[in-house]
Structures are given as C-alpha cells and as structure tokens.
Design a protein around this ligand. Sequence first.
Ligand code: NDP
Ligand code: MG
Length: 391
Amino acid sequence: MRRKVTILGATGSIGQNTIDLIRRNLDAYDVVALTGASNIAQLARDAIDLKADIAVTAHDNLLDDLRDALAGSGVQAAAGSAAIDEAAARPADWIMSAIVGAAGLSPGYAALKQGTTLALANKESLVCAGQLMLDTAAQHGTRMLPVDSEHSAIFQALIGEEISAVERIIITASGGAFRDWPLEKLETATLAQASSHPNWDMGQRITIDSASMFNKAMEVIETREYFKVRPDQIEVLVHPQSMIHALVGFVDGALMAHVGPPDMRHAIGFALHHPARAALPVERLDLAAIGSFEFRAPDEVRWPALRLARETMAAGGMNGAVLNAAKETALDGFIAGALKFTQMSQIVEDTLSQMQRDCSLIRDTMSLDNVTQVDHLAREAAKAAITKRAG
Ligand code: NDP
Ligand code: MG
C-alpha cells in the first residue's frame, strides 16, 4: 500500500535529502503536503514533480508567486503559518518535521495529533517543549522518531535494550569550523568562516551552531528530553571525523557505537523505513582506508554553550525555550553583523539570567501557548541584551 507522506521544511537541507529518498521509490508514496518559506521555485518544482496535493509557503506575501509557479499543475497553494499547521494536520502516515527553528514547533505539534509517525529533525521542538511533545505523542499513539544523526544513533543502539541498563550516553561533535583555531582568534571569526562545516553539508544556521557548539548544547537537551536520562549521564566527545555519531554505555561497561558516513540520508532513511531496514544510497565506510578515529575532551572555554546547556537543564521549567529563543536571536544578530561570534554565548547567558530573575512564566505549566509566550519574551530580552552589549 502506498504511504501518505508530508515534508515540513521541504526546501531545506533535511527536506531535500528526504525528497531524494522519496523520489528514488516514488511508486511507494503519495505526497500530501510540502512546505517551505522563501524558496518558491524549489517548492513548486518539487510539489509538481512529486504530485503533492498542496504546497505551502510560510510567507503570506509569496502566495501569488507560489500560485503562479504552480499554475496548471493541479497542486493547491497556500501561505502563512496557520496554513502550515493545517498542512501538518492533513492525514498522513509519515510526516517529516524539518523546519528550522522554533517555527517548527507548532506544525510538529499539530502533526503529533494524527496518531501516525513523526520523523523529528526539528530539535528545537524538543529543546523548547520536550515534555509537551512526548506527552502529546503518547496521548495520540504517535510514534516520534529522532532524525538528528546522534539521536538516531542512540535510538538504534538502544534497540532491544532496557533504558534502565543505560549508564551513560555519549554524543559526538566534530568541533565545527573553529575546532583548531587559537582561542584569541575566535572573536574575529567571520560569517563566511562560521558557515563552512568540515564534514557535514547542512543549512547555514545549524552550520554556525556547530561552530559555536550551540548545536551540541541543543542536542544534549534533546537527548535528555527524548531518552529521559539524567543530565549527568550525557557526555559530549569531540570526534573530528564525524563517523561515530553516538555511543551508549551500559551498566556492564559495554559501549555500543553507531558508525556511518556523515550523510543525513541514513538517519532520514532509518526513520522512513522503521521498524524495517531498507537499502540506502549512502557510502559504505572502508575502515581500513580511514585508518583511525580521533577523540578529544570538549573545551568549555572555547565552547561556553556546553556549560549553558547544563545550566539550562538544571534550571528546568521552560528554560529550554529561553535558551533556544536567545540563541536564535543572537544568531540573527551574528548573521546581520551586529554581534561578534563570541558574543552569541554572552547574549544567551544574559538572557537566561534575566528571564530566570524576571519571568515567573518559565516555571508555569508547559503548554503550546505558554512556550510560545516564553519564546516571545526571551526574544525581546535577547534583543535588549544585544542593544546593550553592542552599544
Ligand atoms: P535549512 O535552513 O536548510 O531549511 C529550513 C527549512 O525551513 C526550509 O524549508 C525553509 O524554507 C523552512 N523555513 C525557514 N523559516 C521558516 C518559517 N519561519 N516557517 C516555516 N518554514 C520555515 O535547515 P536544515 O534542513 O539544515 O535544518 C532543518 C532542521 O533539522 C533544523 O531544526 C536543524 O537543527 C535540524 N537538523 C538538520 C541537520 C542537517 O544536516 N541539515 C542535521 C540534524 C538536524 P526556505 O528554504 O524555502 O526558506
Ligand atoms: Mg546532530
């Protein structure tokens, strides 16, 4: 039987890798909805090619462009964030959540209510609202499968195991663009330098987050939320080759590692075919040719984001939503040239302290409305912190 699939964030790096896998076996799928934001040409091309029912852009002002691009194809067009939520709620067997940032939370949440399968690349949803996402999935009988490579690796290492037998979880980090830079030079890092990753080909925002380690900070929180282990059980290990994605350590001392090429089509394909395994078009590693793997302890002076992740987990409540909103705002500031690379973590730290001091809402019940409100307030606080630091 053909499976109905929807891809949220179809025009992005994860979205395009997902489409690559679907396109290779198009007879097996009916594409329900594809969503994007600015890249109307790509969205329309893929929607026509894959015979999607509907294509949706996040931007209201691009609806006419999308309609023009889809003219005569029979694919419906829609625009705006409410239309993306509606697309996410259209009946589908498998939904990929691959919008970047907190904008992915509401559509992912809508998709979880379908009681089918949500493949989750949007780690921000778990960082901002982990418990809400897990509870909603459980309530509706939805299977939520991690797509982040580290979390897919942990998930795979845990198949057939009891979570109570887990002693620790180690997630690896390449170290990003500035792993080997002298510390005093970090201040001078440019946008172009921060936007190039040594191993992975990803969207610009997550690539910069890899250089600052905010990506890993988010993934530590994602690990805690998804697998429900204690923060002290989660370790980060710098592994420049990005071939071991994560390791799970058990009470008997065994470490199960997941090894594979840095190609997101593995984790996406695993989630697409789960619980079966299917052949995937990824490189087969020649370990003898690779020769050796390197490991290093992470340096918290170079990467303060890792300390901020631990402080965020210790503070609890909706501090994850604060960390994410402050990080997204600081990243916007760096991309716009208003902040130095090293100032991003300072803005996040300032925002976390201020919100913990002044905003009691972060300790309230976690609901979509409250998380959205905390996200909004944290963005305002982060913008004020940027003005203060820059001025
Ligand atoms: P990209 O920036 O490449 O793509 C983001 C997608 O979201 C695009 O389809 C974009 O549309 C869309 N989008 C942007 N802003 C909005 C908005 N406000 N509302 C709705 N849609 C929007 O990101 P990635 O594919 O790199 O990352 C997607 C998610 O997956 C992130 O959460 C990231 O952390 C996670 N992830 C990514 C990995 C990777 O290898 N890239 C690895 C692991 C996790 P458009 O392009 O048309 O503007
Ligand atoms: Mg990852």
